[in-house]
Structures are given as C-alpha cells and as structure tokens.
Write a protein that binds this ligand. Structure first.
Ligand code: LLP
Length: 441
C-alpha cells in the first residue's frame, strides 16, 4: 500500500481516507462508492503550480486534464488551487462552467470537435482551442469571424515519441488519430494554413505523448523534438511559437510494481522538463515559450478509492478463487480495457497480511468483468467491505450503465468530513430517458 497521512490504516486497523474511517463511511454512503481525498487533489495541484512558479518564473499554466475525473466539485477545487483545466467535450466544458470555472483558464481538446462544441467554446470565451484538423480550422475561423472575435489556438502535433505504456494509451506514435506529424512536413503545412486565418491567432503547439509514463526521458525527449520543430518553423515560416503545451502523462502507483511518488516528488517531472526546455532554447536562441502541462491521472488517481461489499465467493479447485463485489466494469472498466492492475484490501482488516491470491470479479454478465485479477488478500467473507486503491482517475469518468447497473456516487473526504459530490444513481435515473412509442403501449 502507498500510505500517506490522508490514506492510512488507523488504530482500529481500518482503512482511513481524508480523516474518515471507511468502515464508518459505508454506513452513510452505501457501496459501491468512490471516495476522494480532497487534500491529495489540492496538494497535487499546488505542487505543479508551484513548480512552474519557482522553476519557470510563473511563465506557464498547469491545466488539470479533467477527462480523468469530471464533476462540478473537482472543478471547484482545481479553480481554488489556481490552476486551469482542459476539456475534451461540450459536456466537460458545460460542467466546468456550471462550477464557475474561469473560461479563460480552459483549453479545449478533441480530434473531432463538433460545431456545437466549438460554438460553446467561443461563446464562453475559452482560453484556447487546440486544433486537430484542417476542417476544424476552417470551421473555427468562420465561426470566430461571425462573432467578430479572434480566437487563440494551438496546433496539436505528433512528436513521434514512443512512451513505455500500454499501446492503447500511446498517442504520439506516427500512426495516431491525434495530431500532425513533425517528422515530415505535415505539421509545417497546417501551420502555414493556420497562419492565413484572419480570425484565429496561432500561439503555438501542443503534444501529448501518452499516459501512465514514469520515465522522465520520455518527456525530455518530447521537449527536444518540440524545440527542434519550433526552431525549424521559425526558420521556414518566420513564425515564432509563444506557447508550448506538453500534455500530461505522469505515472501513478496502482500496485507495488509501480513507483511510489509523493506529491512533492511529482515536481521532479516538471523540473526535468523545464531544465531541458531552458537548455534547448538557449542553444537555439529561441525565446522561452509559455509552458503548459496537462496532468490528469496524477492529480486524482491516488486521491480516489472505491469501496465495495463482498458478495458471492466461488472457489474453482486448483484454478482460482473469485471474490465478487457489488460493482465491476460499470464503475471501473480499466481491467476489461487495459488489463489494468490494482491493489485491494479489506477495509476493516487493512493491516492484516494477505493469505491467498484471489480474483475480484464484478457483477456484470461478462467473463471479462474483473476489477482486479490475481491479487493478494486475507480470506474475505461475504458482507465485508473491500477497498480498491488508486481508482480516482478514469473510473467514474469511464463508468457506464452496463446491465443497467447504477453508476456509483462519489464522496469527498476532507479533514474527517465526508459528503457526496456526485449522488449515486437511482432506478429512476436509469429509465429517465426511456420512451415507449404509442403503438407499443
Ligand atoms: N492531455 C491530453 C491531450 C490527453 O489526451 C490526456 C490523456 C491528458 C492530457 C492527461 O493525461 P494523464 O496525465 O491523465 O495521463 N482512459 C485511459 C487514459 C486515457 C488518457 C487519454 N489522454 C486510462 O484509463 O488509462
């Protein structure tokens, strides 16, 4: 386990998060439920913000990549910590604005933004739009013109950096639906095209090399390639990029196979990036760009846990023991999608030594509905509370209603207090949009 003052085993041997005993929490917030440690989210935002302030003279902005976990309360916390956010859909933008997030600190991403989404982005006076298609440039220029405004944009490029992670979440390889390659003249051509647009102001470039990456060299390599590219563009097109957005991707602890990094430790990623950027820019006499980074997972993953109740237990002799819980791929599809690994423990016996290897199964009608495969656990009994750690990122945000299960609620725990920030769904929510045509009545 990766403990910290706000996620630990308390004197009773119970798992405690944000000063709240998880065994007591489930009496108020029935399982399955996500629980978030507000302090951790705040610490992570602060460490990134302070590193840009201290190491780069504040010439930049940290954006929380809100696809990792989007709900009104999280945007409030992030805004309170004085960082920006990025959104990838009208829905995320709407949620951020509903939470009162300052629009000028929002960037919009997406490889196929809809006209309606661009409309909403322009109308709220969004900070910047990261363009990822020729058709988007045309549409955006026309729409900004209609509104008599000039919109700041960046172009998403693909630096061709291979990051060591699951191939589904590698985005900057040569074959990617994202970005324009810098290895040939593809990115240069769209730059020239964008510079002709009267109602768009190209401020620079964006890249994102992948997710759950621990190697600092992947990020510094991206810095090298991006500076080389910006220098080439200055020479070829006489355009000097003012903004460099390097995306997110910093890895987090899921199991003891992963590195344990404290919030303060994450500063090292930005320090490495900044040092490389300063060196490369000095080498080419290129003005230091406004630096943007977009961490998502590292801000919220370790802040979150999921609490389940153990139900059916099934032992297949000489094969496997399944411990089924009241959740599954509908609240966490990451095993089904990426064979992701997690750490599980029993909330009331959090300090007990594991005695067996079990597979935590969900309740969906699908064999691949696994929460954690082959994890060590003390012998669990039906009715016990099981906690899965590091579920704060890409769990709630990728949840579904498969098998018409409820998407669980999310609770925010802070200094011993806990309250819902997302209510659990009800049967009514599940049928809210169902219609029965007259002829079937
Ligand atoms: N910026 C851009 C443009 C991105 O595409 C992403 C993530 C981020 C920032 C944030 O990256 P992070 O710091 O969270 O690694 N569903 C997958 C993860 C997909 C990540 C997509 N892009 C998962 O569950 O692992």
């Amino acid at each position: 386990m990766n403990t910290r003052p706000t996620l630990k085993v308390n004197d009773k041997g119970h798992l405690e998060i944000g000063g709240c005993d998880t065994v007591e929490l489930v009496a108020r917030f029935p399982t399955p439920v996500y629980v978030f440690d507000e302090q951790y989210i705040r610490d992570m935002c602060a460490v990134y913000r302070e590193t840009i302030e201290n190491e780069y003279g504040g010439n930049g902005l940290v954006l929380y990549a809100s696809k990792a976990f989007s709900c009104k309360a999280v945007y409030k916390i992030v805004a309170d910590e004085k960082i920006g956010c990025d959104v990838v859909s009208g829905g995320e933008l709407y949620t951020a604005l509903q939470a009162g997030f300052p629009a000028d600190k929002i960037y919009m991403h997406g490889n196929n933004k809809l006209r309606q989404e661009l409309c909403e982005a322009l109308d709220c006076k969004i900070g910047a739009i990261v363009v990822d298609a020729y058709s988007e440039l045309d549409m955006l220029d026309e729409m900004a013109g209609e509104r008599g405004m000039v919109q700041d944009i960046l172009i998403r490029v693909n630096p061709g950096v291979e990051a060591h992670t699951h191939h589904f979440i590698q985005t900057a390889k040569t074959d990617s639906k994202f970005g324009f390659s810098i290895s040939d003249d593809t990115a240069e051509k769209i730059t020239a095209y964008a510079l002709q647009k009267k109602n768009l102001r190209l401020t620079g470039y964006h890249c994102h090399i992948g997710s759950q990456i621990f190697e600092k060299q992947s990020f510094t390599l991206a810095v090298d390639k991006m500076t080389d590219f910006m220098v080439r563009i200055r020479k070829d097109l006489n355009f000097t990029a003012k903004t460099l957005n390097l995306g997110g991707g910093y890895g987090v602890w899921y199991t003891d196979e992963d590195k344990k990094i404290t919030p303060a430790g994450y500063a090292e990623y930005l320090k490495a990036i900044v040092a490389e950027l300063k060196e490369k820019c000095a080498q080419y006499d290129f003005p230091l760009p406004y630096l943007v980074v977009e961490p998502g997972r590292s801000i919220v993953a370790e802040a979150g846990i999921t609490l389940y109740t153990v139900g059916a237990i099934k032992e297949i002799p000489n094969v496997k023991k399944y411990v089924a819980v009241d959740g599954g791929m509908f609240d966490n599809p990451r095993y089904a999608l990426y064979q992701s690994k997690y750490t599980a423990l029993l909330a009331a016996r959090a300090d007990e030594k594991p005695e067996e290897i079990v597979t935590i199964a969900g309740k969906c009608c699908e064999s691949g509905d696994i929460v954690c495969a082959d994890v060590p656990l003390p012998a669990a009994k039906s009715g016990e509370i099981l906690a899965v750690l590091s579920t704060g990122a890409y769990n709630y945000s990728m949840a579904s209603n498969y098998n018409r299960n409820f998407i669980p609620g999310a609770v925010l725990a802070y200094k011993g207090n806990a309250e819902y920030i997302v209510k659990p769904q009800t049967y009514e929510d599940l049928t809210r949009n169902d219609l029965i045509p007259e002829r079937l009545k």
